[in-house]
Structures are given as C-alpha cells and as structure tokens.
Design a binder for this molecule. Structure first.
Ligand code: ATP
Ligand code: MG
Length: 453
C-alpha cells in the first residue's frame, strides 16, 4: 500500500479510536448523571409530598390540598405526580418504558440503562385512607438531552474529519513530492546519466539525502570522466606504440632484411663463379645485419614488455634499465637500492614499480640535467612497498604541463589501492614516492570487496 494511504489509514484509525473511546466515556458519564438527576428529583418530590400529607389532618379542604400538590408538579421535566383513589389502577406506568421518544433510538435508551421508577405514598385522614399519591420518575427528557449533545458532538467530529483527512492527504502528497523527484533522479542516474543533480528546495530532513545524492553523482561523474579520458589515452598510447613499431619495422627491419638478402645472393653468386676469396666480406655484412636486427627486435620487445622482469626479478630489471640510460648519460650518478626481500614483490606490484622507475628515469633525464638519480625500493612496517625516485635536476616548474607520465603513474598506483606523491626536494630536484599495498593486504582487500558484493 502506498505510504500516503498508509498514513491516511493511520490517521483515520486514530480518529475512529478517539471517537469510540469518547462515546464510551460520554455514555458512562451520561448514565450516571441521569441516574443522579432522577434520584435527587425523586427525593425532593417525596419530601414535598410528605410535608403536605403530614399537614393534611388539619386542613379544611384536604382534597383541594392534594389537587394543589399535584398541580405544583405540573411542567416538571423529571417527575409526574398524580393522586389515585384506593383500589384504582395498580400501575401508573410500565417500569421499563422503551418507547421511541423525541427521536432517541431504543438502543440508546437501553444503553443509558436508567428505567422510570414509581413511588406510592398513601394519604390517611382520621385513620381513613383518602387516596394514594403516585410519583413517577421520567428519565427520557434527560436522555433526550444527552442524545442531542452526543449527536451534535458526532456531527462536529464528522465535519472535522471530513475537512482534516483530505487536508492531511494533500499535505502528505506535497511533502512526498520531493521524494518522487529524488527517485526519478536516481532512476536516471541508474541509467547512466551521471550529470543529473537534484536542486529542489527540500524539507530539512531531506536536505542531507539530496546533498549525499548530489555528492555521489558528482564523484561518479568525475570517475566516469576519468575513465573515459584514461581509455582515450590508452587508445592514443596504443596507436603511438603501434605507429612506432610500424616505423621501426619499415625503416629498420625492411632495409636490413633486404641488405641480408643482397649479401646472401652475392655470396651465392661469388661461390658459383668460384670467387670464394671474396665471400667473407659479404658473409660478415650479412652477419652484422642479422645482429642489428636481433638488437632491434629485442629493443622493440623491451618496449612492449619489461624485459627480464618475470625471469630475473625486479632488481635485475631495474639494473638493466639503469644500464640502458648509463650508456647514453654516463656522467650521471645512478644510485640504486633494492632492499632485501623486495627483489620479487609479485605481480602486478613488480610491473608497477618497474614502470614508475622507468618513467622517473626518463623524466629526470629528459626534463633536466641531474648529477644523480637515486632509486630506492623498500617495505614499510605494514609490509607495503615504497618506491622512491629522486633527482637533483631543476624540479617541477610552478605549473608543469602534465603529460601521460605523471598521470599514468598515479593512475597505476591508485588502481592498486596505493598512493603517489611528487614534490620538489628542498635541496632541488624532484622526488616521486609511491606506496603500494603489500600483495597479502591486496588479496585481503579483494576478498573483503568480494564479500561485500
Ligand atoms: N624529474 C623531473 N624534473 C623536472 N621536471 C619534470 C620531471 N618530471 C616531470 N617533469 C615536468 O613535469 C611534466 C610532466 O611530466 P610527464 O611525465 O607527465 O609528461 P612528459 O614527460 O612531458 O610527457 P610524457 O607523456 O611523454 O611522459 C614534464 O613536462 C616536465 O615539465
Ligand atoms: Mg614523462
């Protein structure tokens, strides 16, 4: 059942319960007060009749006194008084008279439960019975009053409920409308529209919900944009890499294969012509071309995959990287420290460490003229790997144009659940430091994430 109807049913039930309890309390009170009213009216009447009857002996006209007595009760709302001769009608009124009266239903008279009473007071004159004074109580007037009050109260309550329930219904609808808009926004969000935001003015209780939703949407929006940018970068990088390889194949491999072909053809021709003495120079140049091709293919493979990382471990792979640059920049001092136990951090940590060192080395040498580059791989007390690469070049300019290098490093590290900071050193140069969660911690983290899912 919709919330709106549930609330209305609740309000209706509360009103009905109040009504039933109110009616019950009114009925109990009404019954008591009718009874008291009748009793006191009867007592007063008996007193009055007793007074008249006691003085009737000294009266000159007792019949008239009795007639005056009856007349004095005329118009009384609660009593009927009459005088009957002895031996006349036994009963003046039935004891339980539930005849309909003034629009009061019988069941209501029965509920009030106050029956009329009849009292008889005999009148004696000089030892002879003169007649009997009959006093009857008449509760129906009082019951009619109660009934009128109760029905007026009920009418007011019904009018109140009839006016209140639609009002409550409308205001609940109004109060719930922002939730509808939030739900619609969430649906749109679920369909991938991360740009959606809820900007309505809401009740204070819903403001937190709206703000949390907007924050979550903004974060996902940003993450989505990052993802798309990364994907585009990846495609661009792949394209560039392929372009490089195609160029190398075209410019380097093609001519050398052609040259080897020519050398071998020449050697074959010379052999056929019996000029064996000229063979060695052709065979040597073919061998040189083959060696060159070997180096080239090895270099290309190195670009595609860190050579020796899996086979020889991190220390050896970093050593090879350093050697690669030492041949080109021999004057730079390369300080490498791989702490014991960090030779093999396992995949993918090894690759990330290798890529960080590779990019930092290339950045340090491309963007500055450092006198040293210090590389350190260690573990902290929690077992997390810490990679540190520092140089004493010019350091980052105030607003460096970020390329793929620094961003890519950060993204690799973040994807592993690690952290990366780069900052200029006080002594000059740049320091890049990354914390990578230990493989054990990463496995536990993944297991936790799986469990949550
Ligand atoms: N060790 C460093 N010393 C001085 N400046 C640096 C160093 N490393 C990075 N920078 C500066 O930060 C910028 C961003 O570096 P990043 O590696 O992201 O891009 P890049 O090297 O220019 O290009 P690429 O995308 O090819 O890596 C560089 O252009 C350079 O100005
Ligand atoms: Mg770079």
């Amino acid at each position: 059942m919709p919330l709106r109807f549930r609330l209305i049913v609740l309000v209706g039930a509360a009103l009905l319960a109040g009504l039933v309890l109110g009616c019950a309390a009114t009925l109990i009170n009404a019954s008591r007060s009718v009874q008291n009213e009748m009793r006191s009216a009867l007592l007063v009447a008996e007193q009055t009749v007793d007074d008249v009857v006691s003085q009737i002996g000294g009266s000159r006209n007792p019949q008239r006194d009795l007639a005056d007595l009856v007349a004095s009760f005329k118009g009384n709302r609660h009593l009927r008084v009459s005088v009957i001769d002895n031996g006349a009608a036994e009963q003046v009124n039935p004891v339980n008279d539930h005849r309909p009266f003034g629009g009061v239903p019988r069941w209501f008279i029965r509920l009030i439960g106050v029956a009329p009473e009849t009292h008889r007071i005999p009148v004696m004159l000089s030892g002879q019975p003169l007649g009997t004074v009959v006093i009857e109580t008449e509760p129906r007037n009082e019951i009619l009053e109660v009934w009128n009050e109760l029905s007026a109260g009920l009418v007011v309550l019904v009018i109140f409920a009839a006016a209140t329930i639609p009002l409550i219904y409308l205001s609940i609808g109004r109060a719930l409308r922002p939730l509808d808009r939030l739900a619609a926004a969430m649906e749109q969000f679920g369909e991938g529209d991360f740009a959606i935001r809820v900007g309505d003015r809401l009740a204070p209780e819903l403001i937190r919900l709206r703000d949390s939703f907007n924050r979550m949407a903004a974060r996902l929006d940003a993450a989505d944009a990052d993802n798309r940018r990364l994907h585009e970068q990846l495609l661009t990088l792949q394209e560039e890499e392929r372009g490089d390889i195609a160029r190398d194949l075209h410019d380097e491999v093609g001519p050398f294969l052609f040259a080897m072909n020519v050398d071998i053809a020449n050697a074959a021709r010379l052999l056929k012509e019996g000029r064996a003495a000229e063979l060695p120079s052709h065979i040597q140049s073919a061998a040189e071309a083959a060696r060159h091709l070997q180096r080239l293919v090895r270099g290309m493979l190195g670009r595609l995959r860190p050579i020796g990382l899996a086979e020889f471990g991190l220390g050896e792979a970093v050593g090879r990287l350093v050697e690669f640059w030492r041949r080109r920049y021999p004057k730079v001092e390369y300080r490498v420290r791989i702490a014991p136990g960090c030779e093999n951090l396992g995949e993918p940590t090894d690759t990330v460490v290798y890529r960080i060192v590779q990019e930092c080395l290339s950045n340090a040498l491309r963007h500055g003229k450092p006198s040293f580059i210090a590389i350190s791989v260690d573990r902290d007390a929690d077992g997390d790997a810490i990679v540190d690469v520092a140089d004493d070049g010019p350091g980052l300019r105030d607003e460096p144009a970020l390329g793929y290098g620094l961003i890519g490093m950060r993204e690799r590290v973040t994807a592993m659940g690690g952290r990366l900071i780069f900052a200029n050193r006080a002594a000059g140069g740049l320091s890049v430091r990354a914390w990578l969660p230990s493989p054990a911690a990463t496995v536990a983290e993944q297991a936790r994430a799986e469990a949550v899912r």
